[in-house]
Ligand binder design. Structure first.
Ligand code: ZN
Length: 163
């Protein structure tokens, strides 16, 4: 019987081989944000189109450019699927939930380990597949690269810096 780890590996490979929302968008109207993970050599461009103002603006389109390892690429693909059609506030919630999942084993040095699986209303879906990455701390930056770049892009747009 295939275990959860096999299922997770399949999901990651599927997103790596068939990346969702891969490509570029014309700027403007899209806003482009670059992200890099020098530790691994991952590079990413996140193209965002928001409709509306502030936290209730909707991510109407998102495309992902760049290149990198399978973790960074599949995470970017999953991130793009997860936030497309969502509001800025919802995208931030996803980011928070994803980062919480990624840092579960990072905070525990002083013995005050944060308890896993805190109840959340945010459904991570396929993103759960990246849960195994926490076992490889050096890859966490690969997995969070697309998320941080997306968040930076949203901040730039919302603050008006990206218009
Ligand atoms: Zn990487």
């Amino acid at each position: 019987m295939p275990g959860l780890e096999d299922l997770y590996r399949e999901i990651i490979l599927d997103h790596y081989r068939n990346p969702r929302n891969k490509g570029e968008l014309p700027t403007p109207p899209a806003h482009r944000t670059e992200g890099m993970n020098p530790l691994c050599g991952d590079e990413i461009s996140v193209f965002l189109v928001l409709d509306g103002v502030g936290e209730s603006a909707i991510v109407t389109d998102i495309k992902i450019g760049g290149q990198g390892c399978s973790i960074s690429q599949s995470s970017a693909s999953m991130m793009s699927s997860a936030v497309k059609g969502k509001t800025v506030a919802q995208a931030r919630e996803l980011l928070k939930a994803f980062k919480a999942m990624m840092s579960i084993h990072e905070t525990g040095l002083d013995g005050a380990e944060v308890v896993d699986e805190e109840p959340s209303t945010v459904k991570l879906g396929d993103l759960e597949a990246l849960r195994g990455v926490v076992k490889f701390p050096v890859r966490i930056k690969c997995a969070t690269l697309a998320w941080n770049t997306m968040a930076q892009g949203i901040d730039e747009i919302v603050s008006g810096a990206g218009a």
